[in-house]
Design a protein around this ligand. Structure first.
Ligand SMILES: [Zn+2]
Length: 714
């Protein structure tokens, strides 16, 4: 492997070295320094400080940038977003500040920038880097940020990852998950967006990685085909153009989907008898979709998909030929020793000389995991009265049964499980209010399964409802709501498929009755999520207009623009929207308690309590003041323990007597292999701020790994 080209610049600030990655190569395009100030609090308070770094950057094949950032007081901020202006749009992502050190060295990797606004034209012509530092909710006074020491982060490598530049978050997301595992595995690689790919970029490379490239911009697919014809190898995932698939000797034969619920998702990669050197016998990954494919001539299936019971489904998951490797779904990511070993085995099979550093890398990963888990075990003992809650986004849990998973949770000290059994338009249990999901006949009534497991292990459960969101609901139900004019409408008048109108009395009744039904069943708790409008863009249906006009007692000229241009109307509009959501929370609390006084009512809410009423009509502080929640879980998802603590401190002042279990966003962090360490630090921060406990988001594979580590410590 070529050595990294290193252009060192004087590092003025403390370098918060990542736990896994070695120090990046840097070169400095400029010596300039930029400073910006803002005034927080008071009548004209701004919500964020914006610093624009106006300097042209060519990041087409670079890995990212690094810079020194300093502020006299980091406690004034709750979040850092970063934007890169390119052409008529922006790439958008975030970075973290950790600790109180005034000056810090930050590295922003291109792969971590997965959002897009407008129509960005590529990484080759970035004209502005914008840093948006968001105000901590109760911060008052002058805020200041300076940036200097701007530098490129580069990798000169034999592997090139070609990411699809489509304006679809998941393409960039899965390019990033693949890239991070490669990094953890010691596979140095450069990356480029497909529309910026030049034939020269592939010269001298040994492997091209196509993490999620369903199609290519004109002229680019032939560059990949020429690369293969010239002896280059390809690692491709999931949907990839047929010509490329056949050029590496693979034939597509079918398609798997668990979307209908009739079949359970696959659970991981099972090594076959023709498995690769160093490939683990099983590597977990939950996949609801797969392209079924086989070697066209010579080659082997090296892994099959495991089914829900971890048995062999007989469906190929990884196929290898002399020209490449095909993974039949997107790579979900991970830096655990088994995932790293699988990734290494794939690259080693294509190019044995890439494997020089692999053993050392596996040892480093294993050591990191041990240290990280030891830190978590040290804080894992849940004190009397303290609550350790866990959200689980899947109705059937992270293991082969709820009984097994709840057993592990109990051992880890978990007190409350919040399983997502209920959506806007379907339930994973027998319901007379909502359509029942198909999975119930295939896999059982999830409410009963959770109830039995929680009874056995002494854990309280709270049925999590995703309010008003129709994701996954039966088509007929959606069509019925459409015909009854119950779907939400955007500002531009278009109807939204996936959301209901939140002023329609029948929709409000469904929200409330679905939770009342659970209380009547004897549920120990119900949990409101998405208890808000989707965003400022809804709901502008005709009935919302009528109801709003009744609310203000008069007709509106220039609907809907007027609610955005007339300040008096805008305030009334916010009041009207908040009133609709407040009514749901109030009525849920009243009717749930009437059916079952012991049933707890709780909610997941945004971390920005000051701006959420205006943005999405969510009034967390008001609900706490009224005492219509038994506990509240703000989604304080950040990898920065400092920002987490800032948010918790602010929210506790507003939550008053309502117990608060701040959400720790483990599955939202970039997966660098040190989840357990960060989780431990945020638990400690919640304790230090005297929160009533904490809530883990969520019980997916990563969260479950952390919980298992806590259980080990007992
Ligand atoms: Zn409406």
């Amino acid at each position: 492997m070529k050595k990294l080209t290193v252009f060192l610049i004087a590092a003025v600030c403390s370098f918060a070295a990542s736990a896994v990655f070695s120090a990046p190569a840097v070169k400095a395009p400029t010596e300039k320094r930029w400073t910006q100030t803002a005034r927080f609090g008071g009548a004209d308070s701004v919500n964020r400080l914006v610093l624009d770094i106006r300097h042209p950057l060519d990041l087409r094949v670079e890995s990212g940038i690094s810079f020194d950032i300093s502020s006299p007081d980091w406690s004034r901020f709750s979040r850092m977003l970063v934007y890169f202006k390119s052409g008529n749009g922006w790439y958008q992502g975030s970075f973290e500040i950790e600790g109180e050190e005034a000056c810090q060295r930050i590295t922003v990797y291109k792969r971590d920038i997965t959002g897009m606004e407008g129509d960005p034209s590529g990484w080759g012509n970035v004209s502005v880097v914008r840093i948006a530092a968001y105000r901590a909710a109760t911060a008052v006074g002058k805020a200041e940020i300076s940036v200097s020491g701007l530098a490129y982060v580069s990798a000169s490598a034999e592997v090139l990852l070609v990411a699809s530049g489509k304006k679809d978050d998941s393409c960039l997301h899965y390019a990033a998950t693949f890239s991070r595992t490669m990094d953890a595995a010691g596979i140095v690689h450069a990356s480029v967006l497909d529309h910026e790919l030049r034939a020269d970029d592939l010269k001298g490379r040994k492997v091209a990685v196509l993490p999620y490239n369903g199609s290519f911009p004109e002229g680019k697919e032939s560059m990949i085909l020429d690369f293969i014809a010239g002896g280059g190898k390809v690692v491709a995932c999931y949907t990839v153009p047929v010509k490329i698939l056949s050029a590496i000797g693979i034939r597509r034969t079918g398609w798997f989907s668990a979307a209908s619920g009739a079949e359970a998702p696959f659970t991981g990669f099972l090594r076959t008898e023709s498995g690769l050197k160093g490939q683990p016998s099983f590597v977990p990954q939950v996949s609801g979709y797969a392209v079924i494919a086989e070697p066209a001539a010579e080659g082997e299936v090296v892994a099959n998909w495991a089914n829900a019971d971890r048995g062999d489904s007989g469906k190929p998951a990884i196929v290898r030929t002399g020209k490449g490797v095909f993974i039949s779904h997107v790579w979900a990511g991970g830096a655990t020793p088994d995932k790293v070993a699988l990734m290494q085995s794939v690259f080693q099979a294509l190019h044995p000389d890439l494997s020089r550093v692999f053993k050392r890398r596996r040892d480093e990963i294993a050591r990191l995991r041990r240290e990280s888990e030891a830190e978590l075990m040290a804080v894992a003992r849940v004190a009397p009265g303290e609550r350790f809650a866990v959200w689980c986004h899947t109705a059937y849990g992270p293991d082969t049964s709820w009984d097994k998973a709840v057993g592990v949770l109990a051992k880890a000290g978990c007190t409350d499980l919040i399983p997502n059994l209920c959506w806007g338009g379907h339930a994973y249990y027998r319901s007379s209010v909502l359509p029942v999901h198909k999975a119930v006949s295939a896999r059982g009534d999830a409410y009963e399964l959770v109830k039995e497991a929680c009874r056995k292990y002494g854990i309280r459960f709270h049925v999590w409802r995703v309010c008003g969101n129709l994701h996954g609901c039966p088509k007929e139900y959606r069509e019925r709501l459409r015909s009854e004019k119950r779907l939400a409408v955007r500002f531009d008048g278009t109807e939204m498929d996936g959301w209901v109108c939140l002023s329609h009395p029948d929709n409000l009744e469904t929200e409330i009755a679905s939770l009342e039904e659970l209380a009547a069943k004897g549920a120990p708790g119900v949990h409101l999520d998405y208890i808000r409008y989707r965003d400022r863009d809804t709901c502008f249906c005709d009935a919302c207009r009528e109801r709003f006009e009744r609310f203000i007692g008069g007709k509106i000229d220039g609907w809907p623009r007027a609610v955005r241009t007339d300040r008096r109307l805008e305030a009334k509009w916010t009041e009207f929207r908040c009133g609709n959501i407040d009514k749901i929370v109030r009525d849920v609390y009243r009717r749930v308690k009437a059916k079952n006084p012991k049933c707890e009512v709780s909610a997941a809410v945004f971390h920005t309590w000051a701006s959420a009423p205006d943005q999405v009509a969510q009034s967390a502080a008001k609900w706490c003041g009224e005492g219509i929640l038994d506990f509240i879980c703000p989604m304080d998802y950040t990898a920065s323990t400092s920002f987490f603590a800032n948010s918790v401190r602010d929210q506790l002042k507003l939550a008053g007597k309502v117990p608060m279990l701040p959400g720790i966003g483990l599955s939202c962090w970039r997966d660098n292999g040190d989840d357990a360490r960060l989780f431990a630090r945020q638990i400690s921060a919640a304790r230090a701020e005297k929160a009533a406990g904490w809530t883990l988001f969520d019980l997916n594979e990563r969260g479950y790994n952390a919980v298992k580590a806590m259980a080990k410590g007992k």
